[in-house]
Design a protein around this ligand. Structure first.
Ligand code: 13P
Length: 256
């Protein structure tokens, strides 16, 4: 199978940016600019409080709305958390789990990331699972071990059938928000390794069909080179997704 059989997905992760009114405006603008560009799926993952406005603004367009996290329980005494069912009822189609900022600042572990992914899949959401090494791990030469271990732990118990709704985002932590992008070769090497790990877990067909994104300072200047790599099927974009005109350039780069 070739790269062409996988669906390219360009997703924005707005993180803790934009109020609901700003979200409505940015979603509408992004939808207008990317209209008809069906060489990839276009997703914007927004803060919880922006979801209603974002879903409203995206209605009738090709832009899909995602959330930035989800809790793994269906309901209960979990102050401040949001369940998968709450998200689907709001019109959310995608959800990010395991972002490094959640792992770093909010003590999420492979175990809870795995539970979140399972809860999201059970509710019918598409999961964007983030993983990647920190700088010290890369410098000590253990990137492969770290990334393949994360892949196995984060996907434990998720079936081959469910993998149709899983996107993996390789996000080297040292490249996030730093302006330090992985080279296309570095991105390709690790995305290929993730695919090989998937092949060991699920077989070649599932591995070849899974969309694997790169994330970490992807922007309008470097997207085309990164996306040209055979195992890089899309991008998860932070800063550059906040400005629709910049995000457009990345969506355009994914049309080739
Ligand atoms: P930046 O594109 O701002 O580096 O963020 C990447 C990211 O964390 C996407 O999830």
């Amino acid at each position: 199978m070739k790269k062409e059989v996988r669906r390219a997905v360009i997703a924005g992760n707005w993180k803790m940016n934009k109020t609901p009114s700003e979200a409505a405006e940015a979603v509408a603008k992004t939808a207008e600019l990317t209209k008809g560009m069906n060489g990839c799926d276009v997703v914007l993952c927004v803060p919880f409080v922006d979801i209603a406005a974002a879903v409203d603004a995206a209605r009738g367009t090709d832009v899909k709305i995602g959330a930035e996290n989800v809790h793994f329980k269906e309901s209960g005494a979990y102050t401040g958390e949001v369940s998968a069912k709450m998200l689907t009822e709001c019109g959310v189609e995608y959800v990010i789990v395991g972002h490094s900022e959640r792992r770093q600042y909010f003590a999420e572990t492979d175990e809870t990331v795995n539970l979140r992914a399972k809860a999201a899949l059970s509710a019918g959401l598409k999961v964007i699972l983030c993983l990647g090494e920190v700088l010290e791990q890369r410098q000590s030469g253990i990137t492969s071990e770290v990334v393949s271990m994360q892949t196995k732990l984060d996907l434990a118990g998720i079936s081959a059938e469910e993998m149709k709704n899983v996107i993996i985002a390789y996000e080297p932590v040292w490249a996030i928000g730093t302006g330090l992008t992985a080279t296309p070769e570095q991105a390709e090497e690790v995305c290929a390794l993730i695919r090989e790990t998937l092949s060991g877990m699920y077989g070649k067909d599932v591995a070849e069909a899974t969309t694997i994104q790169y994330g970490g300072s992807m922007n309008d200047g470097n997207a085309a080179d990164l996306l040209s790599k055979v195992n890089v099927d899309g991008g998860l974009i932070g800063g550059a997704s906040l400005v629709p005109e910049k995000f457009l350039k990345i969506v355009e780069a994914a049309q080739a």
